[in-house]
Design a binder for this molecule. Sequence first.
Ligand code: ADP
Ligand code: ZN
Ligand code: MG
Length: 512
Amino acid sequence: MTRSGYRCTSPTHRRSPPRIVGMAVGTRYETVIGIEVHAQLRTASKMFCACAVPTLEDEPNTRVCPVCLGLPGSLPVINRRAVELVMLSGLALECHVETEAVRFERKNYFYPDLPKGYQISQYALPLCSNGRLIVPVAAEDAEVMVGITRAHLEEDTARMQHGGRDHSLVDFNRAGVPLMEIVTEPDVRSPAQARAYGETLRDILRYIGASNADMEAGSMRIEGNISLRPMGSERFGTKVEVKNLNSFRSLERAMEFEIERQTDALERGEPLVQETRGWDEGDGRTVSQRSKEEANDYRYFPEPDLPPLRPSEAWVAGLRAALPELPSARRLRYAGELGLSLYDAGVLTGDVALADYFDAVMAAGASGGVTPKAAANWVTGEFSRLLNQHAAEGLRADGVALRPASLAELVAEVEAGRVSATNAKAVLARTFVSGESPVEVITAEGLGQVSDAGFVGEAVASVLEEHPSQVAEYRAGKQQIYGFLVGQVMKRTQGRADAKLVNEELRRRLSS
Ligand code: ADP
Ligand code: ZN
Ligand code: MG
C-alpha cells in the first residue's frame, strides 16, 4: 500500500526558536483542517454476522464465527440496526440520505488483522452525504459551520497484540464490529475549532443513541488532516493526516504542533510530503509513520456478496420524525426564546439529562413565577454542583431524588422572597438526596425568610450593640467591616432575615 519511493521525513523534527511577536503562527498562513471520525455503532451484534459485539472483558477470540473470521464460503448479512443508526446520524447532520442505491465495496489490503484481505466499506455511493454541523467554539466566542462530506458504514478490523520480539497475537473479537465513518469538508480553520467539532459531534452521537462515542473506551476515534496555505490563497496545501489521537485535547495539541512544524518547513522552503503522522502524547509531537496511500491503491470494487441497499422513503421518514431535538436547536431555543446566556444554554444542552431536567423545572414552575433565568441559575449552579459530587456513582439528572417540580417549588420560594438564597441552598442539598418537598422542609425547620421589620430591626440592633468596636471602625472609614456586620445579623437569625431589609436597617442605623 505504501507507495514506493518516498519514505517519510525524519521523526526527530527540531522545534524552532521562539518567534518574534508579529510573526506569530497563523499570520502568514491559513490553517485548513478536515476531520475523520470513526464511531462504533450501538448495536447488539456485529456488522455482517450474528456475533455479539464484544466487551473489553471478553476473552480473546470468543466473539467470532466463520463470517467475521473471513472463512471461505461464509456470506455476510447486513445488520439493519447499524444501517438505521448511520441514517439517524446522517439526518442529525442534515445529510442527504441515499435511498436509491447504497453500495458496499471491498477495500482491499493485506494485513494480519484483516482476515478476509479486504474490509467491507462504502466508497462511491455512501449512505449519507452532503450535510453540515454548526459548531459552537467557546474559545473563539463563535459558531462555525462544518460541511459533512459523508457518513458511511464499514466494519472494524481485528486487534494485534505485539508480544515482544518473537511473536504477535491476533484477537478477532473486534473484527466485523459496525463502524460509522464521518468525514468533514476541509472547513475547519483552527485547532480549537477541530476540538469543538469533535466534542459537538460526540454529544450528538450520544444524544441520538448512535454511539457511546467514548474516546477513552475506543468507541470513537478521530483523525485530523491538516495543511497550510498562504493567506488569501485559494489552493490547498499538502495535507498531513494525524492518527493516534486519544482525546480531543490531543487533537487540538497535535494540530497546534503541525501548524508550527508546517510553518517552519514552508518558511524554509522545504516541501511538505503527503503522509500519515502519529501523535506522541508524551513528547507532544507528531512523528511520521508512512507516506499516505491513494484511494486507487485499495482497488475498491462493489461487494459481490451483498446486494445494493435501498432504504425505503418510509423508513427514512420514520427516523426523521423520531429524531430528538438536537443540542444546537435546543441551544438556540434556550438563548432565543428563553433569553438565557449562550453560556448557560451551552451548559444545559451539553448534557441531555440536564436539559430535560431544566425543561421539566420550567414546565412545572412557569405558572408559579419561575423565570427561565432563575431556573437556569439553579440547575446549572447549585444543582449541577451537587450532581458533580455524585459523578463517581454515575448519577445523572434523571436519577436525582428531588423531582423537577420540587426544584421549581424551591426556586419559586426564593423568587418570592420567602426563603433566602443561603437557606434555599441548604434545603436543596438535603432534598437533592432525600427527595422531600423543599417547601415542607422550610416550614418544618422554620427556615423561611422573615421580612418583618420589627424582627430584622431587633436583630440589627443587637448585633450593633454587641460589636461596638467594629461599629466604631466602620464609622472611622473601614468599609470592609460592613460585610462582617451583615454576616453577624444573618448568623443571629439563622439566615432567615430578609437580606434587603437587613441592608436597609444596617445603613440607617450606622449612618445615624
Ligand atoms: P484521503 O483520500 O487522503 O483520505 P480525502 O479526500 O478522503 O483524503 O480527505 C480526508 C480528509 O482530509 C477530509 O476530511 C478532507 O476534508 C480533508 N482534506 C482534504 N484535503 C485537505 C487539505 N489540503 N488540507 C486539510 N485537509 C484536507
Ligand atoms: Zn461473527
Ligand atoms: Mg479518506
